[in-house]
Design a protein around this ligand. Structure first.
Ligand SMILES: NC(=O)c1ccc[n+]([C@@H]2O[C@H](COP(=O)([O-])OP(=O)(O)OC[C@H]3O[C@@H](n4cnc5c(N)ncnc54)[C@H](O)[C@@H]3O)[C@@H](O)[C@H]2O)c1
Length: 305
């Protein structure tokens, strides 16, 4: 196969959520490869300073549920859609389940409808491994496993998005791809109440505050560098065999939360504080191991820095 990156030169690409942690990196990557990128993002969980700005990028501020904004972005006739906008994530969805359903459910449905109407050549849906396998899934996590034991509205609506993708693929022939991300980290992500552990640990450590560790700290996760997720997404946009498929997009490295805390504390000379806090809603679904039993995780598409 020709280098997949050559494919994007001159392509018109819509990135929903393009101001977010992963979307902003994807947008910059696409623009560097010569794509014309349209971002649709309402900045509900992104900062304005994180909106990528350079020639070849058009930013449309708006909600994926807003018909006027949808018409505006699809008027540009995107050939590809990367649908990353989402109500993020577990605890947020427990606190605001209706908004979660509207954005992740109805928003995804609207994007799929517009993509069919305008003959989009590929629709890439940002799915979530932590969400859709649920907390009861056998390890290693395999793509064919389906769980009905999902524990937050976010997990349910990320699964719902995949199911709608399947419907649009089977019924209308829309070429969909469903990469499932695992715990992204890297530039572009801000700390916050509903955000991931790494930016929050960095924030607290830089403030000289102890890092609150939920659970025992022995829990492990697959942290995936955002640049690797972008690379996987770029491949998902091109590879023929990916159409209609779901696949894990992960590092295949299992890391203990306690080790992450040590790594972040070391340069800042901060201290670890180990609390006996309960895991927040949905957190248990991201765990690869509670007891540090070594590698029990496997992934179809592996990416390494
Ligand atoms: N970060 C992870 O570890 C992870 C893991 C698995 C899956 N995902 C999925 O990847 C995608 C991107 O995640 P992220 O970490 O970049 O999250 P993020 O919150 O940084 O980005 C999401 C973006 O969508 C925008 N947005 C939210 N609601 C919107 C709406 N109604 N209309 C338009 N824009 C809206 C936000 O402003 C934000 O810029 C999401 O779909 C998420 O579910 C992320």
């Amino acid at each position: 196969m020709k280098d997949h990156r050559d494919y994007y030169r001159g392509k018109i690409v819509l990135v929903t959520g393009g101001a977010g942690a992963i979307g902003s990196n994807l947008t910059l990557g696409l623009a560097e490869l010569g794509a014309q990128v349209i971002i649709l993002d309402d900045l509900s969980s992104a900062e304005r300073w994180n909106v990528p700005s350079r020639p070849g990028i058009l930013f449309v501020e708006g909600d994926v549920l807003d018909e006027v904004k949808l018409k505006r972005v699809f008027f540009e006739r995107p050939q590809m859609v990367f649908h990353l906008a989402a109500f993020f994530a577990n605890q947020n969805s427990v606190d605001h389940p209706e908004r979660d359903l509207m954005v992740n459910g109805m928003g995804t449905l609207r994007l799929l409808e517009y993509s069919v109407f305008t003959d989009v050549q590929r629709f890439i849906y940002a799915s979530s491994g932590c969400s859709i396998y649920g907390s009861q899934s056998p390890l290693p996590l395999r793509e064919e496993f389906m769980s009905l034991h999902l524990s937050t509205p976010y997990q349910i609506t990320k699964m719902l998005g995949e199911l709608y993708c399947n419907f649009f693929h089977n019924h209308y022939g829309l070429p969909v791809v469903k990469p499932r991300f695992f715990n992204s980290y890297g530039p572009g992500e801000v700390p916050g109440q509903y955000r991931n552990v790494i930016p929050n640990f960095i924030y607290w450590a830089m403030k000289g505050l102890p890092l609150p560790i939920t659970g025992t700290g022995e829990e492990t996760r697959d942290f995936t560098y955002v640049g690797d997720i972008v690379d996987g997404l770029l491949r998902a946009g091109v590879m023929e065999g990916a159409v209609g498929e779901e696949f894990n997009l992960a590092s295949r490295r299992e890391t203990r939360i306690l080790d992450v805390a040590h790594m972040i504390n070391e340069p800042t000379e901060s201290v670890i504080w180990q609390g006996i806090m309960q895991l927040a809603s949905g957190q248990e679904a991201c765990l690869l191991s509670n007891a540090g039993e070594g590698q029990r995780y496997e992934s179809t598409l592996l990416v390494h820095t």
